[in-house]
Design a protein around this ligand. Structure first.
Ligand code: ATP
Ligand code: MG
Length: 563
């Protein structure tokens, strides 16, 4: 039995899949559900897969069953060990555990080969010598029937012999295929003598060169489900019209168990793409740094971006499971992530675009340790000391020499609060020859330590700051949506024409409070007033790199409030 991860406990919304499982359990058709998550190891997992993972592992956990991780590794030309490893790591990181139930379709190659022979002997499959083009041409259309292959009625003994020789490596790729013998006039194209085996001379990541015939998805999937005792084979809607074939194969084979296929709507998300083929292209064409680029919708990209697993699971629970395709606003994912980070991310001071402040009435080189709250949402997170002295960095955009009416931050002659420190007033603006402001000379009010004035006066703005003597310089990578358009490619244009050219902005020379230099890679923090950030693996010992996970602003909440 799988333990539900935090965030999935408690009464789960009953979607139609959970209704089906509950009914099967209530009627005694199954004791406890057995589900599986069946990735093909031909790329990295993305947020759409996360929906399927949360559903399969979630249903199993809620009904006291189990969920398998099964690699659908039937296509050696596209599969790699790197993908197998990354998929396992990603499912685990999302918070799910398959226990001892790690399987591969390739574990069943011998059994599947035997069952193919069984179909041939029963007159339900035949070796077809036609080329791929001929098979396509004779398949018929949605409105017209297909035509029988000239090899459809060849004797079973001949097919058996040829199938064995296919396996033995006697024929080149594409020379022959094994097809089920069902009905070339079926209104369902999937039943028009579908291909069960192809000749593929390619090394497989797990079985090496042991095989040169490989089962198709349709032949491998249901039979693997049957071998593993899967009760509910949950897949996405595009497999709905494969279900008659799934059931036909199960019915005509001596399988140990009868699984049931149930389809749900795949996740689509705005401003990104959830297709492994396109994601692979982005990586291969160097449009992103790799599969784990923080702009990618991959699990590894979201992790590097700083999205917590809990936020992704909450998102999956929030969108639920339905039977009609739809596109989810990416703001919903960001909403779920912000909710978790707001609770958990410690607050820190970081200045992205530093402007120097000199406090002219500060007593010499004195350094004071200011007590700063780590997380106002979490009293248990406590406080930390942050060094404050004569020279500070503030955010350049927090000062304007000629402030417009609604600008309440620092300006000549104006007083503001430095968060958890003192009130300061700007007395003098220092510029270089080009007229750029390079320094502000200010005075502080010693009576306002901690950020409150005894006379009750309240500046309209509170700024974040970092002591120049203690600051650690850092590289900051700011991220935005990978695609500028909500529905990339929808205008009939090339998909990559819709890439957002401002999806990554690199900032050098940001100044951070010193504790951030020692933060471990993957640590998430909130830079006060700026957003949520995560330490990137590109960080060096004294050269931290932080990625902006999200800004603080919650556009989804506004959309919801107005809609
Ligand atoms: P392809 O088959 O084109 O390589 P795929 O996205 O279907 O891509 P799989 O590895 O076969 O990749 O998917 C594994 C499981 O994840 C399948 O059960 C599939 O239905 C499910 N899945 C894939 N994409 C989504 C999505 N966008 N939303 C929900 N589930 C998905
Ligand atoms: Mg697939």
């Amino acid at each position: 039995m799988t333990t539900p991860p935090a965030g999935l406990e408690g009464p789960e919304r009953r979607d139609f899949i959970r209704e089906i499982v509950a009914a099967d359990v209530a009627a005694g058709r199954v004791d406890a559900p057995v589900t599986r998550f069946p990735p093909e190891p031909n790329g990295y997992l993305h947020i759409g897969h996360a929906k399927s993972i949360c559903l399969n592992f979630g249903v199993a956990a809620e009904f006291g069953g189990r969920c398998h991780l099964r690699f659908d590794d039937t296509n050696p030309e596209k599969e790699e060990q790197e993908f197998l490893d990354a998929i396992e790591a990603d499912v685990r990181w999302l918070g799910f555990d398959w226990g001892e139930h790690l399987y591969h379709a390739s574990d069943y190659f011998e059994q599947l080969y035997g069952w193919a022979g069984h179909l041939i002997e029963a007159g339900l499959a035949y070796v077809d010598d036609q080329s791929a083009d001929q098979i396509r041409e004779t398949r018929g259309t949605l409105t017209g029937p297909g035509r029988d292959s000239p090899w459809r009625d060849r004797p079973a003994a001949e097919s058996l012999d040829l199938f064995a020789r296919m396996r033995a490596g006697e024929f080149p790729n594409g020379a022959r295929v094994l097809r089920a013998r069902i009905d070339m006039a079926s209104p369902n194209l999937n039943l028009r003598d579908p291909i069960l085996y192809r000749i593929v001379h390619a090394s497989h990541p797990r079985t090496g060169d042991a095989w040169c015939v490989y089962p198709t998805y349709d032949f491998a999937h249901g039979q693997s489900d049957a071998i593993e005792g899967v009760t509910h084979s949950i897949c996405t809607l595009e497999f709905e019209n494969h279900r008659p074939l799934y059931d036909w194969l199960i019915e005509h084979l001596p399988v140990p168990h009868v699984p049931r296929q149930v389809e749900f709507a795949r996740l689509n998300l705005t401003h990104t793409v959830l297709s492994k083929r396109v994601l692979l292209r982005l990586v291969q064409e160097g449009r992103v740094r790799g599969w784990d680029d923080p702009r990618m919708p991959t699990i590894s990209g979201l992790r590097r971006r700083g999205f917590p697993a809990e936020g992704i699971r909450d998102f999956a629970a929030m969108i639920g499971v339905a039977k009609t395709d739809s596109v989810i606003e990416v703001g919903q994912l960001e909403f779920a992530v912000r909710a978790v980070l707001n609770r958990t991310a410690p607050r820190r001071f970081g200045v992205l675009d530093p402007l120097k402040v000199v406090i002219t009435n500060w007593p010499g080189d004195r350094i004071e340790a200011m007590e700063v709250v780590n997380n106002p949402e979490d009293p248990a997170a406590g406080e930390r000391p942050v060094a404050f002295g004569r020279e500070l960095w503030i955010e350049r955009e927090d000062f304007l020499e000629e402030p417009p009416p609604k600008f309440f931050r620092l300006a000549p002659g104006r007083e503001v609060r430095l968060r958890n420190a003192y009130f300061i007033t700007c007395d003098e603006v220092v510029k270089d020859e080009s007229g750029t402001v390079v320094e502000l000379r200010c005075t502080y009010d010693p009576a306002t330590r901690g950020g409150d004035a005894p006379d009750g006066r309240r500046p309209k703005a509170t700024l974040h700051w970092v002591s120049t003597a203690h600051a650690v310089p850092a590289e900051i990578r700011l991220y935005d949506h990978l695609f500028a358009q909500p529905f990339p490619g929808a205008g009939g244009t090339d998909l990559f024409g819709d890439l957002n050219h401002a999806s990554e902005t690199i900032v050098h020379g940001a100044m951070l409070e010193p504790a951030l230099a020692d933060a471990p890679v993957g640590a998430t923090v909130q830079f006060e007033r700026l957003g949520y950030f995560v330490k990137d693996p590109d960080s060096g010992p004294d050269a931290p790199v932080f990625n902006r996970t999200l800004t603080l602003r919650d556009t989804w909440a506004r959309v919801r409030a107005s809609g």
